[in-house]
Ligand binder design. Sequence first.
Ligand code: NAX
Length: 315
Amino acid sequence: AKEPMRVLVTGAAGQIGYALVPMIARGVMLGADQPVILHMLDIPPATESLNGLKMELVDAAFPLLKGIVATTDVVEACTGVNVAVMVGGFPRKEGMERKDVMSKNVSIYNPKLLLSRLMQPLTAKVLVVANPANTNALILKEFAPSIPEKNITCLTRLDHNRALGQISEKLNVQVTDVKNAIIWGNHSSTQYPDVNHATVKTPSGEKPVRELVADDEWLNTEFISTVQQRGAAIIKARKQSSALSAASSACDHIRDWVLGTPEWWRMDDCSGYACLPSFYMFMGCLPIDEFSRKKMDATAQELSEEKTLAYSCLN
Ligand code: NAX
């Protein structure tokens, strides 16, 4: 039998945590034959709720779940983990400025304060989910040079999956038949969902999405804004932000990273940040038209502003 893998979920007592931990315990993230030990971290005000979650996990009797660490102690939570999903953070509340949220979150993701010495060995694969996800990942990377850069990523897979979902609905095809969509830039409303290279599997072979949709106007306007604004639409409908889709996409991200995938998908490594060089290197051979370039420049500009704001909060 395989050795259990230790998976840390920070902010486990929150909404995404509640959807995510059972998925991990069922093998959705690391495979149906991979035993796991869950490390769940939250802050002291969430202690009771974290314990309630632990009780539910015990009650669910997940065969793959070999242990549970539920704690508010960062060292205990981080020790020996193989995978770290960083969901813990402060959501923006009414009356709060962007800068207030940034300064709280940046301090959480500043490993000088928290993390750098804790990930031992430093081979853990880290996925930052908490917003601003790209910037939090950048802060983590910049202040924890001992964690290999390629091991720090952030979640854009939800946006990617949203793009696949929209195309699949529009064309009435299986979502698994839609391939090679790209999300460029920030996990925010400036992101650019790009289907210029995307295809759909049909009985007569792979066909470009643009050819099948045959409606450039829809692809260049409504499709893009629907994906960009999907998070806001969910908040409006549910009065709470996306949780199950975020949790499921986090599992997709880690699963494809650990187990591999033949598909294109965006695993933000936040290196170079505003220009994401290694991502561009991989994607560098793609032709980028003027429309796309403008959209990419706008989101790169936002990332660069966020970076400046984040640094001003640290000083
Ligand atoms: P919740 O507010 O329900 O949960 C957050 C949890 O984090 C709480 O239990 C809180 O006590 C805990 N927490 C706060 N500070 C902490 C710290 N220093 N250490 C450990 N835990 C801490 O939010 P939820 O809906 O679960 O969302 C979590 C984060 O995911 C938010 O920042 C949200 O914006 C972000 N999202 C990111 C997405 C993405 O695609 N990248 C999509 C979904 C989601 O909006």
